[in-house]
Design a protein around this ligand. Structure first.
Ligand code: ATP
Length: 459
């Protein structure tokens, strides 16, 4: 039994158990920002580490990068982000001044609104009589640019204007030449980056799904134009492997092939990978686009620097680009929604996170049966140290009784709990000396395992 109708249970578990807190909560919060708690940062880091391992370390054709968040403002002119291309249509409640994303508002009223011009939005609102959620008339629609502006200190006036990057991708394009010159990669190759991005979303909503500050994991994969189709297919399979690795059921992931008339002008093909978020339905988890040579060409024209790749035989060309782009927060949310499970154990309903072992915040928890018996605590500390050396993310849990500890560890997705009892000390049945109880999160089954075998057993 899982929660299919809403994300509410996952959201409340996240708060209760230290995964995600509202940003700046003690001051009433700051909309569109969230803070990761002790367990959230662990899960988030695990997702990023596994992604980096799969897409960078385990491959020979990928290079890592970590570019600055603040970039020369000319970057965003060349990429088109300062223009209308990076705007969302905005309407205001004429009484309260509250702002809404016009296309989302229309959609919420059952009206299809993708790719409409401002005039089309205005006439749809007029014809259908759609009002603000507060029931008041709406203003005319206008374009709202989503980039956050800030100023650098050394220059007064407009020259100091810079932006918080709205995507990590441009940091990759502006370093294309640097990576080629320093690493001499053979085409096809990719440059991968994980980092923060900022978008001044008009209406942040749905937990981590649409926020103003988030993390992306992006790859720009450079190919010869003649090979784009075959490389697109190969990468597409790799993307599916990634979603499997996140533990997402394939029935909950689907591809949406963006129709030709909705494609960005430079893209010849884009697939959105969508996840079936509870209570929301299928929506974008990651994007995968063939962007032609648009980006490198734009930067070449704007900067005057060559973006050509030179083959060993001297042939020169501007590579074409395939871009898989993942949001970490959306992956985080999908992983939690997928993992959240309710079943019955010991006659009671139990909620637990069926997280894959490589993503769980704690790989294993160690407990002494009783925390006021020094000989149990001492032995348990020994086992704890042994496992900590091996796995790193091991929890020490001696709060409350064993039943409560199991419930807590189930709820945060710890795959196994280990209990040190009097039998471990060899006090009751000498043949069980130096063995511990290992309890499985998913089945609740308990197995007696020798301490010397523990690491192998858990692996
Ligand atoms: P959407 O249509 O949902 O606004 P997008 O198509 O603008 O998304 P991209 O520009 O393709 O998104 O960004 C790549 C990825 O970055 C998305 O697939 C998503 O996972 C993530 N992402 C984009 N905007 C946000 C946001 N405001 N909050 C959280 N994640 C985001």
């Amino acid at each position: 039994m899982t929660t299919k109708d809403s994300m509410d249970k996952v959201v409340s578990l996240c708060k209760r158990r230290g995964f995600v807190f509202q940003g700046s909560e003690i001051y009433g919060g700051l909309k569109g920002t969230w803070d990761l708690g002790p367990l959230g940062v662990a899960l988030n880091n695990n997702i990023k580490r596994e992604w980096w391992k799969m897409f960078v370390e385990d491959r020979e054709d990928m290079y890592g990068l970590d570019a600055a968040i603040l970039m020369n403002a000319k970057t965003w002119e060349a990429s088109g982000h300062t223009g209308a291309g990076f705007c969302d249509p905005l309407v205001e409640d004429t009484e309260t001044g509250e702002r809404y994303r016009a296309d989302h508002l229309l959609k919420d009223n059952g009206i299809e609104a993708d790719g409409l011009t401002l005039e089309q939005i205005d006439s749809l609102i007029f014809d259908t009589g759609v009002k603000s959620p507060k029931g008041n008339p709406l203003s005319k629609a206008r374009q709202f640019n989503m980039m956050f502006e800030t100023r650098i200190g050394a220059v007064a006036g407009p020259e100091g204007l810079v932006y918080l990057r709205p995507e990590t991708a441009q940091g990759i394009f502006v370093n294309f030449k640097n990576v080629v010159d320093s690493m001499a990669p053979k085409i096809p190759f990719g440059i991968a980056q994980i980092g923060k991005a900022f978008r001044n979303e008009i209406a942040p909503r749905e937990f981590l799904f649409r926020v103003r500050e988030f993390e992306q994991m992006e790859i720009e994969y450079f190919v010869k134009e003649s090979e784009w189709k075959e490389r697109f297919e190969l990468l597409r399979q790799d993307l599916w492997k990634w979603f499997d690795h996140l533990g997402l059921n394939r029935a909950n992931v689907q591809e949406y092939d963006v129709p030709a008339n909705d494609l960005a002008h430079y893209s010849k093909r884009t697939i959105d990978f969508e996840y079936n978020f509870p209570g929301k339905g299928f929506d974008e988890l990651a994007g995968f686009a063939y962007r032609t040579d648009h980006d490198l060409k734009s930067h070449m024209n704007a900067s005057g620097q060559s973006m050509e790749y030179i083959e060993p035989d001297g042939a020169r060309f501007i590579p074409h680009v395939l871009e898989p782009s993942f949001g970490v927060g959306r992956a985080f949310t999908a992983v939690l929604c997928e993992a959240y499970t309710e079943d019955e154990m010991g006659g009671e309903v139990r909620a637990f996170l069926k997280l894959p072992k490589h993503l769980a915040p704690y790989r294993v928890a160690v407990s002494p049966l009783l925390k006021n018996k020094p000989e149990l605590v001492e032995k348990a500390r020994e086992v704890f140290k042994l496992l900590k050396k091996e796995f790193g993310n091991v929890a020490w849990d001696d709060n409350g009784n064993i039943g409560k500890r199991y419930r807590r560890q189930d709820e945060i997705g710890t795959p196994a709990c280990i209990v040190i009892d009097f039998e471990t000390l060899g006090q009751e049945k000498p043949e069980l000396g130096d063995t511990v109880t290992v309890r499985d999160r998913d089945t609740g089954e308990q197995t007696r395992v020798a301490i010397a075998e523990l690491v192998n057993y858990l692996k």
